[in-house]
Write a protein that binds this ligand. Structure first.
Ligand SMILES: Cc1ncc(COP(=O)(O)O)c(C=O)c1O
Length: 337
C-alpha cells in the first residue's frame, strides 16, 4: 500500500494531512467495510493461518469481536447464551445491548482463582441455552475444557463461541480456540505484538461467516486505523518463539508460580503482600499486568526477552510471599453486569 502511495496532496481525513501509514480508505488503500485490495489479501492470509472460513480484522479490540459474535448468534436465532459468570464485561454488555439472556454458569474459586467451568456445569447450562460462550485461555492462564464443550455442543446441536482475547499466540497449537469454536476472537494486541486494540474475529463455517460479517459491519468503527490493521497482519504472521516459551516455563518453576496452562501468563501468589511486592517492582521499573489483591500476573509474548525473565526472577525471589485470602478483584471485570 505504501509503495502505491506516490505523490500525495491530502484533501481527505485524517486531519494531520500527512501521507504515510496512517491514511484513510482511498483507492489504493482499500476499505475495511468491503475489502477488495490489500485488506482483503491480509484477511485471507489471516484466515488461512488461523484455519478459519473467514477472519475479520478489528481495530476496536476484542470487545467489538464479542459484540459481533453475539450479534451473529442472535441473527441465527439464539436468545439465551450460556456464559461463565467470570466472563469479561463486554460479554454481559453485548447481551444487554442485543437483548440476549445470559444463562449463568456459576464460579468456583480455588485459592482465590476463578476456575474454568467443568463439563457437567457446561452441559447443565447448555441445556437451558441456545449457544455457549467460553473464555480460553482466561486471564489467569487456564484453558477451558474445549473438547468436552465441543462434544456437548455437538450433542445438543448448539454453537460454541470462544473469547480468545488472551489466546492468539496459541494458533500454532492444538489448544487454540479456532480448533473447537464456530466463532472466536483473538486479542492479537495482548499476547502477540499488534498495536493496542488490534484483534481478529473468525468464523469456521460460511453460515457464521455471513452472520459475523453483518456483526462486524454493525459494531466496528468506520475509520479503521491503518497502523493497527497492518500490525494485526504482522502479529498473526509473527514467528513462534519457542526459546522464550521454554524460558517462561523455567522461570515459572524457579518462582514457584501457579501451575497454569499458558506460558504467557506467570501468576505468582503474594497474598496480603501483593501491594508491597507490586510497589517494589514498580520502583525497579518492572510492571506486572495486574494485581488482584492476591496474585501478580506477569504477561509475556513472543517479544519478551530472556534477560527480562532473569531480571524478574532476581527481583521476585527475595520478596515476602503470602497465601491467597478470599477472592481477588480485577477492575476491568464486572461480573454479570
Ligand atoms: C477475557 C477478555 N475478553 C475480552 C476482553 C476485551 O478485549 P479488548 O480490551 O481488546 O477489547 C478482555 C480485556 O481484557 C478480556 O480480558
Amino acid at each position: 500500500m505504501l509503495a502505491a502511495q506516490g505523490e500525495h496532496i491530502s484533501f481527505h481525513t485524517p486531519g494531520h494531512k500527512r501521507a504515510g501509514e496512517d491514511i484513510t480508505e482511498l483507492v489504493y488503500s482499500d476499505s475495511l467495510l468491503s475489502p477488495r485490495g490489500v485488506i482483503a489479501a491480509a484477511e485471507r492470509d489471516i484466515a488461512q493461518i488461523l484455519a478459519a472460513r473467514r477472519s475479520f480484522i478489528l481495530t476496536d479490540g476484542s470487545t467489538s469481536g464479542i459484540f459481533s459474535m453475539l450479534y451473529a448468534l442472535k441473527r441465527e436465532g439464539a436468545t439465551r447464551i450460556a456464559v461463565p459468570v467470570s466472563s469479561h464485561r463486554s460479554v454481559f454488555n453485548a447481551c444487554r445491548v442485543l437483548g440476549l439472556s445470559p444463562v449463568i454458569i456459576p464460579k468456583t474459586l480455588v485459592k482465590g482463582i476463578p476456575q474454568q467451568p467443568t463439563a457437567e456445569e457446561i452441559e447443565t447450562a447448555v441445556k437451558e441455552a441456545d449457544a455457549l460462550l467460553l473464555t480460553s485461555p482466561d486471564y489467569y492462564g487456564f484453558l477451558a475444557p474445549m473438547s468436552e464443550a465441543r462434544e456437548i455442543c455437538n450433542y445438543h446441536a448448539k454453537p460454541l463461541v470462544i473469547d480468545g482475547a488472551h489466546g492468539s499466540h496459541l494458533h500454532f497449537t492444538d489448544v487454540y480456540a479456532g480448533k473447537f469454536a464456530d466463532m472466536w476472537v483473538d486479542g492479537v494486541h495482548k499476547s502477540l505484538p499488534a498495536l493496542t486494540q488490534g484483534a481478529v474475529v473468525s468464523a469456521k463455517t460460511e453460515m457464521f461467516a455471513d452472520a459475523l460479517f453483518e456483526g462486524v459491519r454493525t459494531f466496528r468503527t468506520t475509520s479503521p486505523s491503518y497502523p493497527i490493521m497492518a500490525s494485526v497482519e504482522e502479529a498473526v504472521k509473527f514467528p513462534r518463539n519457542e526459546a522464550i516459551e521454554r524460558a517462561a516455563l523455567l522461570c515459572k518453576k524457579r518462582l514457584g508460580a501457579v501451575r497454569n496452562d499458558d506460558w504467557t501468563k506467570i501468576l505468582v501468589c503474594f497474598g496480603a503482600q501483593a501491594g508491597q511486592a507490586e510497589r517494589t517492582l514498580e520502583g525497579a521499573g518492572v510492571y506486572p499486568e495486574f494485581n488482584d489483591g492476591n496474585y501478580l500476573l506477569f504477561y509475556l509474548s513472543p517479544c519478551t526477552r530472556e534477560e527480562e525473565l532473569t531480571r524478574l526472577t532476581e527481583l521476585l525471589l527475595p520478596l515476602p510471599r503470602g497465601e491467597a485470602g478470599g477472592e481477588g478483584v480485577i477492575p476491568i471485570y464486572s461480573e454479570g453486569i
